[in-house]
Design a protein around this ligand. Structure first.
Ligand code: GLA
Length: 431
């Protein structure tokens, strides 16, 4: 190899910081401890709910036995408060020995044996938000190696006890360190959540090259107000945020709180629908051992998950805010399909909302079929100028999966003949 080529390769290696890990081509799905279980380390008094290997083993078991894994919920993610208060003599992070007696590697092995993946949490700074050892700049490579040796599949790197300058150096440096381990580790950055500003003062071009997903905004709490504040912030900033999402790089409005204490059933349906429209990661943060049937049904809705996981990976956005306090969100999907969410911010009674596809920016002159994502009801033969009515409950949604079944500009095209209405799949022979 000539010296010039060698120097060129060296230069590329040192400047290239892209996260070329090929992971998360669709929004990640799994379970994350934080919102529901927080920093509960009191295993003496609350052994069922404290942050311990037992909790993660039990959640992993539920993911498999209760059908979650088969639907795509594959990550089991540890959040803060898993560590011992001090690093070991060699400066390595160690799990709390009483709460994780088998160690993280054993937990990863177990999770992998179930066909699931393990995520872990760290913090770029002197301490985690909960006061556990942080990852300082000079510890980045060592921590990346430790996570890789343990067989970890995802890292959430938080940004407490840090500074803007520190984060600008540290987040891309962790990308390089993870790449250098040779293990595929998905990377969730909390970087933009610490940057703020309206519109957010974030270098998204850099971010999409460096992280698989990123927390943009405040932590979700167990309340409808919290969900609304996130939806408001995402809608207000949608022109900046929407173009950033795509296969391998996602905006993260934070965990799903469905199954906990703060949301009514209508509101639970709304969170799921809105997160799906936003092409958001779907991280459950609830107790899967005791979740109610109705919450489970919302979170396991197959058509919803299919929409969330659409291969085009286009984030949807709010297209209308009516004076009646009805909002409409639209997400384009593959095969000329789309998803619509009619969202009511009203607090009085179910609202009868009349509109047409044309009023919702549909231009393709076609006959459409619609499937209501929650009721399963099918409406056939809708043209763009046809008026229709949806009834939306207070703080609830109606969600539609919309797909053209006949293009009226080419009424007898071959493809239309092949298109099977109920499964949305092309078939090799006309049906
Ligand atoms: C921050 C993060 C949360 C969670 C906590 C843990 O607040 O944004 O998601 O990880 O820290 O302490």
């Amino acid at each position: 190899m000539s010296l010039v080529v060698f120097v060129f390769i060296l230069a590329l290696a040192s400047f290239c910081q892209a996260l070329e890990n090929g992971l998360m081509r669709t929004p990640p799905m799994g379970w994350l401890a934080w919102e529901r279980f927080r920093c509960n380390i009191d295993c003496k008094n609350d052994p069922q709910n404290c942050i311990s290997e037992k909790l993660f083993v039990e959640m992993a078991n539920c993911l498999v036995t209760d059908g979650w894994k088969d639907l795509g919920y594959e990550y089991v993610n540890i959040d803060d408060c898993w560590m011992a208060k001090e690093r070991d003599a060699k400066g390595r992070l160690v799990p709390d020995p009483e709460r994780f007696p088998s160690g993280i590697k054993a937990l990863a092995d177990y999770v992998h044996s179930l066909g699931l993946k393990l995520g872990i949490y760290g913090d770029l700074g002197t301490h985690t938000c909960g006061g556990y050892p942080g990852t300082t700049l000079d510890q980045i490579e060592q921590d990346a190696l430790t996570f890789a040796e343990w067989g970890v599949d995802m890292l959430k790197l938080d940004g407490c006890y840090s500074s803007a300058e520190y984060q600008a150096k540290g987040y891309p440096r962790m990308t390089r360190a993870l790449n250098a381990t040779g293990r595929l580790i998905a990377y969730s950055c909390s970087w933009p959540a610490y940057q703020g500003g309206l519109p957010p003062q974030v270098n998204y071009t850099l971010l999409t090259n460096v992280c698989n997903l990123w927390r943009n905004y405040d932590d979700i709490q167990d309340s409808w107000d919290s969900v609304l504040s996130i939806v408001d912030w995402f809608s207000k900033n949608q022109d900046v945020l929407q173009p950033q999402a795509g296969p391998g790089h996602w905006n993260d409005p934070d965990m799903l709180i469905i199954g906990n204490f703060g949301l009514s059933e209508e509101q639970s349906r709304s969170q799921m629908a809105l997160w799906t429209i936003l092409a958001a990661p779907l991280f459950l943060s609830t107790d899967l051992r005791t979740i109610s049937q109705s919450s489970q049904e919302i979170l396991q809705n197959k058509l919803m998950i299919k929409i969330n996981q659409d291969p085009l990976g286009i984030q949807g956005h709010r297209i209308l805010q009516e004076k009646s306090h009805i909002e409409v969100f639209l997400r384009p999907l593959s095969n000329s399909a789309s998803a619509l969410v009619f969202f009511s911010r009203r607090t009085d009674m179910p609202y009868h909302y009349t509109t047409s596809l044309a009023k919702l920016n549909y231009t393709q002159n076609a006959i459409y079929e619609v499937q209501d994502v929650y009721t399963g009801e099918i409406i056939s033969g809708l043209k763009i100028e046809d008026n229709f009515k949806v009834v939306i409950n207070p703080s609830g949604v109606v969600m539609w999966y919309v797909y053209p079944i006949r293009n009226l500009d080419q009424p007898f095209s071959f493809l239309n003949q092949l298109y099977k209405r109920d499964t949305k799949k092309f078939h090799p022979f006309p049906l």
